[in-house]
Ligand binder design. Structure first.
Ligand code: SF4
Length: 406
């Protein structure tokens, strides 16, 4: 049976962080219950109506992302999980993650999540330096994070991720080291460490001249420090920005990098199943109209998209209430993704798998690129895999760009 991962988007936050360009909206405390409850009903409808499409799949992971999913009362989340369990085949050992922000959970709420089937929690810490947290507009300080972390452990979570960020305004290599030390000392099963990207249009982007950002050298030093320090603490790097204790790699994220099938539910959520990609409407009005139209025989309900016989890409016009526009990936796009997503993983890509999937030898498609990158010692072939070298990881964006086909 084919495997499916499910992503559920919760687009609400307490307030907007200054660097954030994700699809999320601040919601006042007084309006939260009502808005979350009506959004939860739309989600249930979408999840239930899509179930027929996935009759041949078993769900191996579920990821509640956002936004701030931990704003959901446990009973609301449990109701949606019930819909999921009732209409999909969810494997007994499915990895079911919720993203949480410090200060947004209670002991009862966390226990409720566990009862509802959540078995992994990902907590957004970013930094243990309170001034750095204030500069990027996080809602919490380090102490609040510690309380949330301890509550999660006490509630029974045995699989915890901590999210960290480097290259923050005013951050130094030594303050970043302290963040790493404090995070690793808690012994979470998983640590993600990304560099801040200044996105145009965010308040931090507008105010960037007010701060001293780490220089390129300092940024690089933090990057190298992350791997060296976390390795020494027993974490292995399995993807460019992700580290885990043995047995705790994130199953859900690996599905993205390995081009597995995933269905996204909720506002703006992206899906990719059998090389067909689509995204849900990104405004509440359109999403509501879309979910209201489900089950009324409108649109392509088989989930296969509408590829022509040779798989040429087709774009379809989206109309409110209809199924979202679908993009059928061409063979070239599939090969590109296979390479640049697969190479993000430290285990790299398998030439044999490439040939099995695409009916062509990897050397026949990428021979020149591979030779060049081997020569530059950015890629290496080790027995039956091709993977990035340490230098290649350093300039991974440049390496990935080489795999785009004209
Ligand atoms: S908590 Fe996450 S999604 Fe919400 S505003 Fe901050 S960065 Fe954005």
């Amino acid at each position: 049976m084919r495997e499916l991962s499910i992503y559920i988007h919760i687009p609400f936050c307490v307030r907007k962080c200054l660097y954030c360009d994700f699809l999320s909206f601040p919601v006042q405390e007084g309006q939260r219950t009502e808005r979350i409850s009506s959004y939860g009903n739309l989600l249930k409808r979408e999840i239930e109506e899509a179930a027929d499409r996935y009759g041949d799949y078993q769900v191996v992971s579920v990821f509640w992302g956002g936004g701030t999913p931990s704003l959901l009362p446990a009973e609301t989340l449990a109701g949606i999980m019930e819909t999921l369990y009732g209409s999909y085949r969810v494997v007994a050992d499915a990895e079911i993650t919720i993203e949480a922000n410090p200060g947004t959970v209670t002991a009862d709420g966390l226990r409720g999540y566990i009862t509802a089937g959540i078995n992994r929690i990902s907590i957004g810490l970013q930094s243990t330096d309170d001034e750095e947290l204030t500069r990027i507009g996080r809602i919490h300080d380090y102490h609040t994070f510690l309380e949330t972390y301890e509550l999660a452990r006490a509630a029974g979570f045995r699989n915890i991720n901590i999210d960290l960020m480097a290259a923050l305004p005013g951050q130094s290599v030594s303050s970043y080291r302290k963040t790493l030390e404090r995070a690793a000392a808690l012994k979470p099963e998983h640590i993600s460490a990304y560099s801040l990207i200044l996105e145009e249009g965010t308040p931090l982007y507008e105010r960037q001249d007010d701060y001293r950002f780490p220089t390129e050298e300092e940024d690089r030093e933090m990057y190298l420090l992350t791997d060296a320090f976390l390795s020494a603490c027993g974490y292995h790097r399995y993807e460019i920005s992700n580290y885990a204790l043995d047995g705790y790699e994130c199953r859900h994220n690996k599905v993205y990098w390995q081009r597995g099938h995933y269905a996204g539910f909720g506002l703006g959520a992206a899906s990719m199943v059998e090389n067909v990609r689509w995204s849900n409407p990104a405004t509440f009005g359109e999403y509501e109209a879309y979910t209201a139209g489900l089950g009324h025989g409108d649109g392509d309900t088989d989930g296969d998209g509408d590829a022509d016989e040779d798989g040429r890409q087709q774009e379809h016009t989206q109309k409110a209430g209809s199924y979202p526009a679908r993009q059928v990936l061409t063979r070239e796009e599939q090969m590109e993704e296979f390479m640049f997503l697969g190479l993000r993983m430290m285990c790299g890509v398998s030439p044999a798998e490439f040939e099995k999937l695409f009916g062509r030898r990897i050397e026949d498609v990428y021979g020149d690129v591979l030779c060049r990158l081997y020569r530059q010692e950015l890629l290496v072939r080790v027995s039956d895999r091709i993977r990035l070298t340490a230098r290649g990881i350093d300039v991974s964006n440049r390496v990935m760009a080489e795999f785009l086909l004209d």
